[in-house]
Write a protein that binds this ligand. Structure first.
Ligand SMILES: NC(=O)c1ccc[n+]([C@@H]2O[C@H](COP(=O)([O-])OP(=O)(O)OC[C@H]3O[C@@H](n4cnc5c(N)ncnc54)[C@H](OP(=O)(O)O)[C@@H]3O)[C@@H](O)[C@H]2O)c1
Ligand SMILES: *[C@@H]1O[C@H](CO)[C@@H](O)[C@H](O)[C@H]1NC(C)=O
Ligand SMILES: *[C@@H]1O[C@H](CO)[C@@H](O)[C@H](O)[C@H]1NC(C)=O
Length: 295
């Protein structure tokens, strides 16, 4: 036992030393100046806020989503905020030809790419799993396969620039959450694909960073209207969330946890006390509230 204790103390000491002495680079908004970025799902919510931050920081931005009217408005605001240049292309990410087209358009418009921010999600229900496996297949196309497709297509440009891939995922992509079976499935797929790919990049010395973002409940219109009757937890601000994602991406972090206490701390329980974590999660849900939510 004594030996085990000594070994544990030594291990913790080493971990702390590594944590505090590893040269941590400070974030500066100027790091994004003149950078060329794609943001998907940028007509509303967190994606829209990311476009505004990038514009303020003086980046070149290409945004996409399905709704042209909304994209136009976001583009106008980006121009006012000081984007180096800003473009939009409307279309749906269930179409892999369209997913590839976005990357090719970035190449044509910018002549390269520094940051690929994958953020869009397809519509899904917030309720008990209804048995519809076809819906899972469709959601995998939008939430996962289009991400893989755009990554493959953008890799030559990202290798050339030593760029960043930023993948917006969720706490539901690290821990199975109730009422989001199809959604959780697609978010777990992202972790498998991008965490494996990151390891291969290390082995192959590919200098492209992959940042997986694990988000808690954020105050976007979509999330509030779907879950606020059921989830007993305050939603975090989308503006700050968007900022933390961009910061983590340009600093080449493996993962971003936002909000930290609502995502990273529970991760400590995930593998050591899963039943306790499940108990805590379930306490946050009032399934009676489902009847009050319009589906
Ligand atoms: N809000 C939260 O509580 C929360 C929590 C954890 C993780 N996240 C993650 O954060 C990201 C953004 O979420 P959000 O809350 O900001 O959602 P949101 O406001 O609903 O934004 C979703 C975006 O995706 C676009 N979109 C929807 N269907 C599409 C399709 N078929 N093809 C292409 N684009 C499509 C939407 O625009 P159009 O309708 O115009 O296409 C919109 O721009 C997602 O990856 C989500 O999983 C959010
Ligand atoms: C898919 O996207 C491509 C490129 O934008 C477009 O030409 C094609 O019509 C789309 N297909 C469907 C079924 O919408
Ligand atoms: C990887 O790319 C980044 C950003 O371009 C650069 O700062 C860094 O020096 C590169 N690292 C290597 C090992 O080439």
């Amino acid at each position: 036992m004594a030996l085990l204790n000594k070994a544990l103390v030594a291990l913790i000491g080493i971990l702390l030393a590594v944590y505090f002495y590893s040269g941590k680079e400070e974030f500066e908004p100027s790091m994004l100046k003149g950078k060329k970025a794609i943001v998907t799902g940028a007509s509303s919510g967190i994606g829209e806020q990311m476009a505004y931050h990038l514009a303020k920081m003086g980046a070149h931005v290409l945004i996409t989503a399905r709704t042209e009217d909304k994209l136009k408005k976001v583009v106008e605001k980006c121009k006012k905020l000081g984007a180096a240049s800003v473009y939009y292309i409307p279309g749906s990410m269930d179409n892999m030809t369209f997913a590839k087209k976005i990357v090719h358009e970035a190449e044509r418009l910018f002549g390269g790419l520094d940051m690929l921010i994958l953020n869009h999600i397809g519509f899904t229900y917030f309720n008990f799993f209804d048995g519809d496996v076809d819906h899972i297949r469709q959601l995998l196309e939008i939430n996962f396969l289009s991400y893989a497709t755009m990554t493959v297509e953008a890799l030559p440009m990202l290798k050339a620039s030593g760029g960043n891939i930023v993948v917006v995922s969720s706490f539901a992509g690290k821990i199975g959450l109730p009422l989001t079976v199809p959604y959780s499935t697609t978010k777990f797929a992202l972790d498998g694909f991008f965490s494996s790919l990151r390891m291969e990049f290390y082995q192959q010395k590919v200098n492209v960073s992959i940042t997986l973002c694990v988000l808690s409940y954020i105050d976007t219109d979509t999330a509030l209207s779907m879950v606020s009757n059921v989830v007993q937890q305050p939603a975090a601000p989308k503006e700050e969330c968007a900022f933390e994602i961009i910061k983590g991406g340009v600093l080449r972090k493996r993962e971003v946890y936002y909000q930290y206490q609502a995502t990273k701390i529970p991760m400590l329980l995930r593998d050591w006390a899963p039943e306790f974590l499940e108990y805590l999660v379930l306490k946050n849900y009032d399934v009676e509230g489902l009847s009050k939510t319009k589906q």
